[in-house]
Design a protein around this ligand. Sequence first.
Ligand code: PHE
Length: 338
Amino acid sequence: MLKELKQIVVDAEKAFAEAADERAVEDARVAFLGRKGRLTLATGGMKTLDPSDRPAAGKALNEAKKKLAALLEEAKKRVAESGAKAKSAGIDVTLPGRQRRLGAKHPVTAMIDDCVAIFRRLGFIVAEGPELESVFNNFDALNTPSDHPSRDPRDTFYLADGRLLRTQTSPVQIRVMMSQKPPVRIVAPGRCFRRDTPDATHSMNFHQIEGLYVDRDVSLADLKSVLEAFAREMFGEKAAIRMRPHFFPFTEPSVECDFTCVMCAGKGCSICKNSGWLEIAGAGMVDPAVLEAVGYDPEEWTGFAFGMGIERLAMIKHGVSDIRYFYENDIRFLRQFR
Ligand code: PHE
């Protein structure tokens, strides 16, 4: 009996050591520890022993059982580990990871967001209007004479139904004033369309941000202080502005507003054509005819309005020399604005 147990242990050691996968381990378990396994059968043999031999045999049997149980556990563990290794064999965990590039806002979107953030701090809220506009909102209500050149179909995209693609964000002024009573303090960023021949500074579709402030006793000085605050926030403390007389149908007086050239800090360079100034905004005091068109009493209310080109601001801010870069979606260009 003792001899037989020893042999079982020796054989089991070999069988479990040789078992290479889960199935082989299970087969070995059945062969030795199963209901008809060799150790189980040997246990049955106890009955036939002489009672005096039984204590020693029982002890040996228990030891053999323990040993086999340990062999089984060891074999299971070994097989499980080598399986996991094989599964991960296709992945070299020491290789550097694959880079995932982060996207970023388009520079035009980023500039709109920057402008809006500045004007919000100055007390303006954002208003919006559609890109498809009525002739009334885009021209008539803005006091634009019927023979004004900007109405020409060679300059403006008209639809067959008489509507148009807005040529400016100024019609949002009309929409806001027609829908609410004064005071009004809004900015309206958005896309505009003009039938221009594309070149370094012109595009058939571009973006503007419009500003409108209507209240009692609003003056040109208020306009100046708002544009000055904007210039400083956008281009730095040293940025100054100047206003030159101009003409727009919907403002009176009208001005064109220049900012200190950011390239040369006002000294004069090729970008500002040696003037030290860059043309940035069209602006002025809302024409009484416009206030009347929307039902505001021009005796009670006054206001200022301004409009700026978003792409132009972005070109100046980032030193971009050609507006067309903004629309080509060349990843090498866009990546520089991350
Ligand atoms: N709408 C004008 C333009 O596109 C700009 C402007 C806006 C001028 C508001 C005055 C007041 O050129």
